[in-house]
Unconditional design. Structure first.
Length: 169
């Protein structure tokens, strides 16, 4: 992969950081775990607390990769890919904590992206499970920071509509 296109990643990272916060800023704590539909009817929608907690567990992974580390595979993280939304508020940090982690995680990744050298993107992927699909750090950063975040923020936007809330400004 060619040198890291910093602005290509920084722009969506900043947009996602702002949009993610806006999507939950008007929600009450009980709404953060509200789940329209049920798993039994196959219509359960990921709720805001799970979505933010899930995305927040990948920000340190992106930061670690940018910092030249081998981050722990998030697959088995409490909110990683194998997790499911739970209806109990006690399973999640409160909204303020989720947003603080969201903002801090995005700021850290943005700082590391801004300071990345031209070889950051071409470093081999150190997380074994991802090597075949994402051979370099640059490949997985594009996926995590653009596709993965955008996908789940889209779920959060859809959750708002299904919950009878207006689109977030």
């Amino acid at each position: 992969m060619a040198s890291l296109p910093v602005e290509t990643l920084l722009f969506p990272l900043r947009v996602h950081a702002e949009k993610g916060a806006k999507l939950v800023e008007d929600l009450h704590e009980e709404q953060m775990i509200a789940q329209p539909g049920t798993p039994a009817d196959g219509l359960a929608v990921n709720h805001p607390a799970w979505i933010l907690a899930h995305l927040n567990c990948y920000l340190p992974v992106a930061a670690g990769l940018l910092d030249g580390q081998t981050p722990e595979d998030p697959k088995h993280h409490r909110y990683g890919m194998n997790s499911q939304p739970k209806p109990e508020a006690a399973e999640y940090p409160d909204k303020a904590e989720l947003l603080a982690a969201w903002n801090a995680g995005h700021a850290r990744v943005a700082d590391l992206l801004s300071a990345a050298d031209e070889h950051a993107a071409s470093r081999p992927m150190p997380v074994e499970r991802w090597r075949e699909k994402f051979p370099t750090v640059g490949h997985v950063l594009g996926y995590l920071l653009i596709h993965h975040e955008g996908y789940h923020l889209g779920q959060l936007s859809a959750w708002r509509r299904v919950s009878g809330l207006p689109a977030a400004g």
